[in-house]
Write a protein that binds this ligand. Structure first.
Ligand SMILES: NC(=O)c1ccc[n+]([C@@H]2O[C@H](COP(=O)([O-])OP(=O)(O)OC[C@H]3O[C@@H](n4cnc5c(N)ncnc54)[C@H](OP(=O)(O)O)[C@@H]3O)[C@@H](O)[C@H]2O)c1
Length: 430
């Protein structure tokens, strides 16, 4: 690499446009810290004439990103388009094959094709950096790859999606329904206006947990089917009841090694208000690692938004400018092993179950009898009658039981005419 580093940015949306401005603003700082000068030689997006928040130099705008790679041969390319396949994959693949370093915040791409792309980067002796793909501005990937490099990490978990954490916190604070708070989040720019589905259904957090697992445990990105549940079905009623019980609902991503097998999941959890994770509110993200000999480490910060994301993208840039080529996942792809997944059926939790039932004698005992038949023992019952509508709400907190046991036990409630809706189930985080 010469002293003037040629940079290309593909994608000028929320993140790419901000990054373009930030690179220009930070030019001198980068030179002081790396003794290298940077020059943005090319930019690309779908629409050249689109009005953008920050001014761009249209003279270096190219419609075709592949042309930038093949003809202008930048030293470093930022892929900030965001698809898991299509043009994003093509751009990254072509850049790596042409010995161009790549930096991307694209978790969907890395979670799906990270193993293949890392191999490609290693083969061509260039860097593939993706710090911004997990938890926005929190430097969690570099912490795992470098700061905690010699530790044996056994667990990594946390709040990995700012949109859902904002919605859950705001439902509790404002006493408003999911739909109302979602609209608020969209207005504030915390949730995508068009299609926030990938945040809400847990997919975004799940892609991040898969990347975290691979880095933490030196494994290939797992492909196994896991429990992935979002927050779309969380009702204000459950948040209120949880509050009375000293609990809060949080969407957690969890990955751990249990008896040598990998367990990854994303689902809403009830956590105590007294815990650290129970007090990470609003758009904040937090990632907790457990390792030996280091013990527990916690990193908290802003998990999304162009500012925090650009901070991580620039940290990747400085890492490339300062040093040698590094393995994208911390160790050589040849040394990363595949790991057997733990069966979801064996996942064990205490449960919060909320039943809406007819206010009739014998209904509660029919529920507890069924639970007893499956050896699910009850820790607490709260029954709230609604005499006017001849209904009642029954909330049951159980002792620990396995996923398969609870599934089999609950299935029969579908046919019980006294139970008005299939029970709401939220797992307690141990
Ligand atoms: N937004 C965040 O807070 C955040 C946080 C962390 C990570 N990320 C990641 O950052 C990436 C970008 O997110 P974003 O929010 O900036 O997305 P975005 O606002 O939707 O921007 C996407 C950009 O890609 C461009 N594009 C689409 N198709 C293209 C093509 N065929 N060739 C060239 N450019 C093309 C679009 O062009 P036009 O502008 O012309 O339509 C747009 O500029 C994603 O991987 C996302 O997961 C985002």
């Amino acid at each position: 690499m010469s002293n003037i580093i040629k940079i290309a940015i593909i994608g000028l949306g929320q993140v790419g446009n901000y990054l373009y401005r930030e690179l220009n603003l930070q030019r001198r700082n980068i030179e002081i810290k790396t003794a290298k000068k940077i020059k943005i030689i090319a930019i690309s997006a779908k629409n050249k004439t689109k009005k953008r928040k920050y001014h761009i130099n249209k003279k270096i705008f190219y419609k075709d990103p592949i042309k930038i790679i093949k003809e202008l041969k930048p030293d470093i390319l930022f892929e900030v388009v965001g698809l898991s396949d299509g043009i994003s994959k093509k751009v990254v693949e072509t850049a790596l094959k042409n010995k161009i370093n790549v930096i991307t915040p694209n978790k969907a791409l890395i979670a799906k094709h990270g193993d293949y792309l890392a191999k490609l980067a290693e083969k061509n002796r260039v860097n593939l950096e993706f710090e911004a793909s997990v938890a926005g501005g929190i430097p969690i990937l570099r912490t795992i790859k470098e700061g905690l490099a010699t530790n044996k990490i056994s667990k990594v978990y946390g709040i990995l999606n700012g949109t859902t954490n904002y919605i859950l916190s705001e439902m509790e604070n404002s006493n408003e329904t999911f739909d109302k708070v979602l609209q608020k989040a969209q207005k504030l720019g915390y949730a995508e206006p068009g299609n926030p589905k990938l945040d809400l259904n847990g997919f975004d957090a799940f892609a991040k947990i898969r990347i975290l697992s691979a880095l933490s445990f030196n494994t290939k990105i797992s492909k196994s089917k896991c429990i992935m549940e979002g927050i779309e079905n969380i009702k204000l009623e459950d948040i209120k009841i949880a509050n009375q019980l000293g609990l809060r609902v949080k969407l957690l991503g969890i990955s751990e090694i249990i008896n040598g097998q990998l367990f990854e999941t994303v689902h809403p959890c009830l956590v105590s208000k007294k815990t650290y994770i129970g007090n990470v509110n609003g758009v904040m993200n937090a990632v907790i690692t457990e390792g030996k000999p280091v013990g527990e480490s916690v990193l908290q910060g802003e998990g999304a938004g162009p500012g925090p994301t650009s901070s991580s993208l620039l940290s990747d840039l400085l890492s490339i400018l300062r040093g040698n080529t590094k393995y994208p996942f911390g160790i050589s792809s040849n040394k990363r092993r595949s790991i057997k997944p733990l069966s979801n059926d064996k996942y064990t939790n205490s449960l919060y179950l909320r039943f809406e039932v007819k206010d009739k004698q014998g209904v509660l005992s029919s529920i507890t009898n069924r639970l007893a038949k499956y050896k699910i023992s009850v820790k607490r019952i709260i029954q709230t009658p609604d005499k006017k509508n001849k209904k009642a709400t029954i909330v049951i907190i159980t002792h620990k039981t396995t996923e398969i046991n609870s599934r089999n036990c609950l299935s029969v409630f579908k046919k019980n005419k006294n139970i008005l809706k299939f029970p709401v189930l939220i797992r307690l985080y141990n």
